[in-house]
Design a protein around this ligand. Structure first.
Ligand code: ZN
Length: 238
């Protein structure tokens, strides 16, 4: 596969970003983010779209992703970069803490998962937590969430993972990140359509933890009840 299929490599060090009036706010507040994304769009049109035009034309007719990828909204995670996949390969659900609620008909997460598994029939589901997760840090230290009632209520869905992490030895945040991934896998297994897809062998679940600084991933091995280097579990993907 190309070394940078998505063109997500960093820009040149010397590239500057101009400050302009921010049309989104209507005021004169300087914005550095908007020119940056507009310049990125120009590069996308000039380079990457042209290179992948055949793929994009094909994808305009429909999608058939192989993986439902559930991860945190954290800006430091780029699922396509991590997995060197292209548009159309991953169907992505993101939220603070990569949390899967218990199955409910009024949940956006449940609806998206339902569509991926029942309609798109993705053969794999990955739940990917990560090092230094702010949502999990907030669950561990609720004082951080005093002025964030919606975040506090959302991350409380992972309370059972917190209880398991507190009962374990070692550093609490990394343990909570791992327990949180395991909890979401358990929740997924309880979804009626996932339970039946697992029984028929049409679906496999995978729990990952991505280490941002090291650029490495470990996967949960349910046989050993432990996380192992992702490469050593390649057989689970066959
Ligand atoms: Zn996070």
């Amino acid at each position: 596969m190309a070394s940078d299929p998505l063109g997500t490599a960093p820009r040149n060090q010397g590239e500057t970003v101009q400050q302009t009036e921010n049309p989104a706010t209507g005021g004169g507040a300087p914005s550095t983010a908007l020119p940056e994304v507009l310049q990125g769009y120009e590069r996308f049109r000039e380079n990457h779209y042209r290179r992948l035009e055949t793929l994009f034309r094909r994808l305009a007719g429909g999608q058939s992703p192989k993986v439902l990828f559930i991860t945190c909204s954290d800006s430091r995670i780029d699922p396509c970069l991590l997995t060197q996949t292209l548009p159309g390969d991953l169907f992505v659900v993101r939220n603070a803490g990569n949390i899967v609620p218990e199955y409910r008909e009024d949940s956006g997460e449940c609806a998206t998962i339902e569509y991926a598994v029942k309609v798109l029939k993705t053969p794999h589901v990955v739940v990917c937590g990560h090092s230094g997760c702010g949502a999990m840090a907030g669950l561990l230290d609720p004082g951080q969430l005093e002025t964030l009632p919606a975040v506090r209520r959302w991350v409380a869905l992972s309370q059972p993972a917190l209880e398991r992490a507190q009962a374990a030895s070692g550093e609490k945040l990394p343990e909570l990140v791992r327990q949180n991934v395991i909890l979401q896998l358990e929740r997924l297994r309880a979804y009626p359509f996932i339970s039946s897809a697992l029984e028929s062998g049409a679906l496999r679940l995978h729990g990952w933890v991505y280490d941002i600084g090291g650029g490495t991933i470990v996967e949960y091995d349910p046989q050993r009840r432990a996380f192992s280097d992702l490469a050593s579990l390649a057989g689970a993907w066959a």
